[in-house]
Design a protein around this ligand. Structure first.
Ligand SMILES: NC(=O)C1=CN([C@@H]2O[C@H](COP(=O)(O)OP(=O)(O)OC[C@H]3O[C@@H](n4cnc5c(N)ncnc54)[C@H](OP(=O)(O)O)[C@@H]3O)[C@@H](O)[C@H]2O)C=CC1
Ligand SMILES: O=C(O)[C@@H]1CCC=N1
Length: 269
């Protein structure tokens, strides 16, 4: 079977996407090759997903030839990997990078004339509830964009943005699952502090976050309106919200997104 999808870097995000792409039948396992330095990780990917693996990035480039090359390494190793890959002189039909911060200009310098798409997915992609933003490079045509959309739609929602917004996207939806996980953990701790057994507190916290997100999404009401609906005059919620405001909860989230966006920009420079 022909290799149609080559992944460089078989870590957390590569696995999140790979698992869904195979589950959804977008690619057959035998159509995928992943390069990964750690032998134990390579063994895991073979055993779990039945894909081809290699320790050599250049082998992926050669196997993929004129198909899709997907970059999922850390931004810090991009230059080294790009030098390795461009030494093969193989030009895939499309390069998709999910690297935080790394701009299209660097991708296009590494793969001249190759259509390149910069994407920022997030970890809920693992369960098909991901959010991905994509920004097309200068050689990208409609069918490349559709190919990337098809791929990321298999793991959640997709939005196209100009590249100038990709660092902000990274600070919000790319890093966002980390913030939300802390919210769930802290709500659970609050429940425990208020006397709940941890298992019950954890269930309540998780379902409250999930249910609130679902309600906001389905009803399309503004978050402020939902907040107003929950807060009875002189009641419990407003007492809790007053504490959130006292400790700068909103401001902390705003600053978190801004700091992550700035970090994204730095990583790519
Ligand atoms: N995690 C997330 O939520 C998201 C991450 N991203 C982006 O995805 C990319 C990957 O992140 P993530 O999956 O979290 O990171 P991981 O560290 O889990 O994955 C990177 C993988 O690349 C491997 N690797 C290291 N050096 C090389 C090399 N020279 N050639 C090939 N593979 C190599 C690593 O192996 P080893 O462990 O041995 O070093 C690791 O398995 C990053 O650029 C990140 O910005 C984007 C959106 C969300
Ligand atoms: O923390 C990071 O750098 C990566 C990018 C977005 C989410 N995780």
């Amino acid at each position: 079977m022909t290799i149609k999808f080559g992944i460089i870097g078989g870590g957390v995000m590569a696995e999140a996407l790979l698992s869904r792409l195979i589950l959804q039948g977008i690619y057959q396992p035998q159509e995928v090759i992943v390069s990964e330095p750690q032998p134990s990780r390579r063994g895991f990917l073979v055993q779990q997903y039945g894909v081809y693996v290699t320790a050599e990035n250049q082998e992926v480039a050669r196997a993929v030839a004129a198909e899709v090359l997907f970059l999922a390494i850390k931004p810090q190793v991009f230059e080294t990997v790009a030098t390795e890959l461009s030494a093969t002189a193989i030009m895939p039909s499309l390069v998709i990078s999910i690297l935080a911060g790394v701009p299209l200009s660097k991708l296009e310098a590494a793969f001249p004339t190759v259509p390149a798409i910069r994407a920022m997915p997030n970890t809920p992609a693992t369960v098909g509830a991901g959010m991905t933003a994509i920004a097309p490079g200068k050689h990208v045509q409609l069918h490349h964009l559709e190919q990337a959309q098809h791929l990321f739609k298999a793991v959640g929602e997709v939005v196209e943005v100009p590249e100038a917004l990709m660092d902000a996207v990274t600070g919000l939806s790319g890093s966002g699952p980390g913030y939300v996980a802390i919210v769930v953990e802290a709500l659970t701790d609050g429940g425990v502090a208020a006397g709940l057994p941890r298992a019950i507190a954890s269930q309540l916290a998780l379902q409250t976050v999930l249910g609130t997100a679902q309600l906001l999404k389905d009803s399309r009401i503004h978050p402020a309106e939902l907040k107003d609906r929950v807060t009875s005059p002189g009641g419990t919620t407003i007492a809790g919200i007053a504490e959130l405001e006292r400790y700068g909860f909103r401001s902390a989230l705003i600053e978190a997104v801004k700091a992550a966006a700035i970090r994204s920009k730095t990583l790519g420079s």
